[in-house]
Design a binder for this molecule. Structure first.
Ligand SMILES: Cc1cc2nc3c(=O)[nH]c(=O)nc-3n(C[C@H](O)[C@H](O)[C@H](O)COP(=O)(O)OP(=O)(O)OC[C@H]3O[C@@H](n4cnc5c(N)ncnc54)[C@H](O)[C@@H]3O)c2cc1C
Length: 328
């Protein structure tokens, strides 16, 4: 792209999700010039990975950020239970972990990402460009040397010693790099929805399993964040049965929700997560590294996606790219 504005950094990260923002923060903290390109104008996302596990909280502690982080609105889940038919089973107890936080923090993903952005901006080596969409890789002599992106101001070219594809499960850059994706298959999709929570509702975050159906309720204080697991591709059949039938099914699984399932007024109140579980056979090629969902889209079971994305960033930050001429 001849007329493109060009910037030069040691590391260019495509994608300002948990993987990209954490890596941007860690590299800038180490004094490595880094730019994160995020195609959206903000970090607002609903129902996108709100589970910050003790491993990620431990990292925040090691970075000296934990106390400030926990000032942000969040809920703390210390145990997880499942109602299986008539029987209640405790399936996880985090209170015995040898970590500073013996709980999973439920925090909206935008708060988590805003927090990382706010702290990363304190380092002069950090740049974040919103509304900047990575479109293609620049390749010279078989090595990735940068990328091309579309911004509100037009096309830009970024030269970088290392390009990191942290652009999520539908990664443009991994596709441009021709990396081979191994689809591991997923037998389910998930419907996400919000229902209000009353003061006399049970407090525990729990799953309800009945006749092969799974309904998970996360306690967000004034509302329940609910996940209804459906067979892969089953959404058309559910839509054909109609919203009243879905409301009825939910009330059957969690009877105390019957008085408020009408809050699901139309299908826009029910968000479909099309679950995919895959991984790249090889996560890199010269000058390019894929991390987070771009390298391995995770099952939503256990809410591990954010936390593995963050751990990828930690692992990647421990390798410093070799300085090449022309970059600062
Ligand atoms: C509905 C839903 C619910 C989920 N629930 C949970 C949960 O409860 N707990 C959990 O741990 N995980 C959950 N996950 C998974 C979790 O969100 C992901 O595993 C995690 O966000 C991966 O982080 P990432 O940074 O790799 O990718 P992403 O979070 O997908 O971030 C990628 C970023 O790249 C940007 N982008 C994409 N293409 C480009 C481009 N070409 N140029 C520039 N920017 C680009 C995107 O806008 C996005 O901001 C959920 C996922 C979904 C979809």
């Amino acid at each position: 792209m001849v007329d493109a504005d060009e910037i030069s950094v040691r590391c260019c990260i495509a994608g300002g999700g948990p993987a990209g923002m954490m890596l941007g923060f860690l590299l800038a903290r180490a004094g490595i010039s880094v730019v994160v390109l995020e195609k959206h104008a903000d970090f607002l996302r609903d129902f996108r990975g709100d589970t910050i596990h003790p491993s990620t909280l431990e990292l925040m502690h090691e970075l000296g950020l934990l106390d400030e982080f926990l000032q942000r609105p969040h809920q703390e889940v210390r145990t997880l239970g499942a109602q299986i038919g008539d029987e209640f089973v405790e399936i996880a107890d985090f209170t015995h972990l040898p970590t500073h936080c013996r709980f999973v923090a439920l925090m909206p993903q935008w708060d988590f990402l805003d927090f990382l952005a706010e702290h990363a901006r304190r380092f002069p080596a950090f740049q974040l460009k919103m509304e900047a969409e990575a479109r293609d890789l620049a390749v010279e002599g078989g090595r990735v040397t940068g990328l091309l992106a579309t911004t509100r101001g037009g096309e830009i070219g970024v030269k970088a010693d290392l390009v990191v594809a942290a652009d999520g499960r539908h990664s443009t850059l991994r596709e441009r790099a021709g990396l081979d994706v191994l689809d591991l298959g997923a037998p389910m999709d998930v419907l996400w929805m919000r229902l209000s929570r009353r003061s006399n509702d049970p407090g525990q975050t729990l799953g309800r399993i009945d006749a092969g159906r799974i309904f998970v309720m996360l306690n967000r204080e004034d509302y329940w964040q609910c996940a209804f697991v459906i067979p892969k591709g089953g959404i058309d059949e559910i839509r054909a049965r109609g919203l009243p039938a879905l409301r009825d099914e939910i009330a059957g699984l969690a009877p105390y929700l019957r008085d408020r399932v009408d809050e699901l007024k139309d299908w826009s109140d029910v968000k479909l997560l099309s679950v995919s579980v895959d991984r790249l056979r090889v996560w890199h090629r010269p000058g390019l590294l894929c991390i987070g969902d771009a390298a391995h889209a995770m099952s939503p079971i256990g809410g591990v996606g954010i936390n593995l994305a963050v751990q990828d960033a930690v692992a990647a930050a421990s390798f410093q790219p070799v300085r090449r001429s022309g970059s600062s």
